[in-house]
Design a protein around this ligand. Structure first.
Ligand SMILES: [Fe+2]
Ligand SMILES: [Fe+2]
Length: 175
């Protein structure tokens, strides 16, 4: 397999791992009866799952091999209310680098169709890093009064609220 489709297969794993990590964070908050924080991460988990399935659809369309990978165990214990937001911010920054590297790889292989496919993902990463950064600011500011964080999330829309404009098609349909 050429390096680019190989890299996309790896990225499927990163997106599923992010999804699994977000479910773990959502459940952590849900167990503490913080329903707004939980809802935010349940929704993010679905988004990440959809990202994985968009890449799967691309590989199917490009007639490349798709190998659905297992994922590493997510972190399930968190020391405080802030860390479950700091962790995904770091994770999303890493994903931005991964997608950028994949776009450069597609370009170096002269695969302009593949490069174009990743443009939406680059745009999405700008949104993901920005919205997770904004949530981290709010959580750090109100870490001693978590109900203020809940109130904020009840009042404000953080991120794209699952509306992913111009998203590529996902295998089996986006959830
Ligand atoms: Fe993603
Ligand atoms: Fe998003």
């Amino acid at each position: 397999m050429a390096a680019f489709p190989e890299g996309l297969n790896e990225q499927v794993g990163h997106e599923f791992a992010a999804s699994q990590q977000y479910i773990a964070i959502a459940v952590h908050y849900d167990a503490q009866t913080l329903p707004r924080l939980a809802a935010h991460f349940y929704r993010q988990a679905v988004e990440e799952r959809n990202h994985a399935m968009m890449i799967v659809q691309y590989l199917l369309d490009a007639d490349e091999r798709v190998a659905i990978p297992g994922v590493a165990e997510p972190q399930v214990e968190f020391p405080d209310v802030v860390q479950p937001v700091r962790l995904p911010l770091e994770q999303q920054k890493r994903v931005t680098e991964q997608i950028s590297d994949l776009a450069k790889l597609a370009r170096s292989e002269g695969d302009l169709v593949g490069e174009q496919f990743l443009h939406w993902f680059l745009q999405e990463q700008r949104e993901e890093v920005s919205s997770m950064g904004a949530l981290l600011t709010v959580v750090e500011r109100s870490k001693d009064n978590v109900m203020l964080i809940e109130d904020f999330l009840a009042r404000e829309v953080v991120g794209d609220a699952g509306v992913e404009n111009g998203a590529p098609p996902a295998a089996g349909g986006a959830l």
